[in-house]
Design a protein around this ligand. Sequence first.
Ligand code: ZN
Length: 339
Amino acid sequence: MIERYSRQILFDGIGEEGQRRLLGSRAVIIGCGALGTAQAEALARAGVGRLRIVDRDFVEASNLQRQTMFTEQDARERLPKAVACVNHLALINSEIDAESLIADVNYSNVESIIEGCDVVMDGTDNFATRYLINDACVKHGINWVYGAAVGSYGVTMTVRPEVSPCLRCIFEEAPPAASAPTCDTAGVIMPVISVVAAVQVSEALKLLTGRVEHLHRSLMQFDVWNNEWRRIKLSERSPDCPTCVLHRYEMLDAETGDFVTALCGRDAVQVNPRRLAQVDLPALAKRLSAAGEVQLNPYLLRLRAGPYELTIFKDARAIIRGTDDVPTARSLYAKYVGT
Ligand SMILES: [Zn+2]
């Protein structure tokens, strides 16, 4: 241990005691895209003892420009991102315990996903999931680190329930979809991801080693193209915050959520059936072989049918590419997977 982590132990802020704490800690990373892979690699190298990597998607060629952990082979094999990430983590640090979870995070599973962890890292790409994480973390008193990046701009803040403002204290409502730039319209460059993830991971290390006096306590914003760096100090919680003051967990309790959602910048729609189901992928592959070209790996099945490409996971979730139209996606799902 001393050898592997020696440079980090030499660093005053961590030391032997801090390292021992990191090895005994558990972090959950929700969303394993650009931010999530950067966080996962850094936390694994730092020796955070247990990592849970959660993601709903699979690796594609268009990810490789910024999702630094993935390789062309991951994209060719269409590995689920959580699985590909954990495979690489095992090569980076075999002494920690990293677990993959292929799942869409929603009201029904978010609390069990974060249960027992010391910190939750935001690697998602949408406000709906962030509000859900905020609800669940405030409810269970778990620290979490918000982060987002689009274009050359990035932002991050750290939420400590009962201590600091929460996400809804700062952003009471999600920005309207049409007004906020998304990866659909703006794209994103890797350097801003590196900056945001670096600050997020630094905050996680401070939280996990108990050095909370070093937390930045602000909304940090960066624009690496226009050379702007801003830090807005955060002090009080909003006196009527529904989440952290009134303890109304609206996102958790709504028991709704978009079970059919268009995916950011993908020309794709995710269909997530409400009923719990297990799909026998090899049997489905056989049944669909007449409908188009089928490719199967242990985690998912891909069907190319005309202009569409359906990726079906074991839990009956599907990502349908070639359309961003929800009704079209629903009918394709009904046709090939069932209702
Ligand atoms: Zn709040």
